[in-house]
Design a protein around this ligand. Sequence first.
Ligand code: URA
Length: 435
Amino acid sequence: MNMIDIILKKRDGGKLTQAELRFFVKGFTEGSIPDYQASALLMAVYFRGMDKEEIFELTNAMRYSGDTIDLSDIQGIKVDKHSTGGVGDKTTLIAAPLAAACGVPVAKMSGRGLGFTGGTVDKLESIPGFRTTLEPEEFFRQVNENGIALIGQTAHITPADKKIYALRDVTGTVENLGLIASSIMSKKLAAGSDAIVLDVKCGSGAFMEEQETAVELGRMMCEIGVAAGKRTVALITDMSQPLGRAVGNSLEVREAIETLKGRGPDDITELSLKLAGVMIYLGGRTKTAAEGEIMAQQALHSGAGLEKLRSLILRQGGDAGIIEETDRLPQPALKKDILAESAGYVQSIDAKCVGLVSQHTGAGRLTREDDIDLSAGVLLHKKVGDRVNRGECLATICGSSKSKIAAAEKEAQKAFVIDREKPQKPTLIKEVLGL
Ligand code: URA
């Protein structure tokens, strides 16, 4: 078997076999297949696509390219949750403790933010002392004793996906549904949970701008999960405006705490309860997802979810005092208000633009190696459908660097569209697949 034949086959619209996909994934991961040949194949896949079998085989080849986690030492049905990435999405910090408080073991590995989207690991690291790296024995012990542990993805999981994703990122081959689905699902399957809840975002702040494409991706990922023997549910949710009001690491942790205290924004509360409800259902605690959501609501109102977050923070070395005193989180040295230039109703808030503003404040990375400012980000005072007066504050930009705040300020005005007519609010949860 050789790589040139594989490239030619896909270039001409052929179907790759399990053996060919494994040959490519193994050879590229080990370094015997050079970047230029891998890039040519990825571009051929980008244009020619892959069928279900090819996508499943590629997923499996990447899933087993490194370590896989065996969670069988943890009792119960373990449920994972994954978001395809968005702006202001802190639902893991809320839904995971709620599900754990309802008896669903959550042994979750999360990623860092890249580009204008945030990542759970960075958010957790804004909690003073919080350890996002645990040895496997400690990880399992935390889940067995406390029902939850949240850590960063270990270096040895799906090395093939890491290499292929990095190459796609610089060769214009990210936006292919089969490649995205196999990339995400290879990581989820390697992480070892029994069931998976996917939050597939659509809108300007997401990979998929159109709902139909997000649905197609959601279906594809559910099929891969089910074919691998995992119950998988996908929610298709709005990312045309940021989720909640806080964007940026410590700002989002604070909003997650407020939400678990019952004082969160409506959208973040609604989505977190829905996600937790599906997790609780897939975890076998209720007969339906609707009952799961009611159970999640009870855990929110009783404070059980907040207590679960507190114990999670404590057990992973963090300062649990932030629950009562959120000012103990990293605080921005500088703040700049963005004022409305006209009166009316907020028609739209471009999520991608807000994500870029947040990135420019220092909250996000431009390259994987960049340090981030954990205190930086954007606070939205208005959301789509809200009335504003001229000169009223739309958003506050937070950070520690004058020049970064100035750059972010210029962008921020562009994110808001204000007009006279009161607009329809976007539907937050558009579809649920796989229930
Ligand atoms: N997230 C991933 O992990 N992989 C992709 O290909 C796209 C988004």
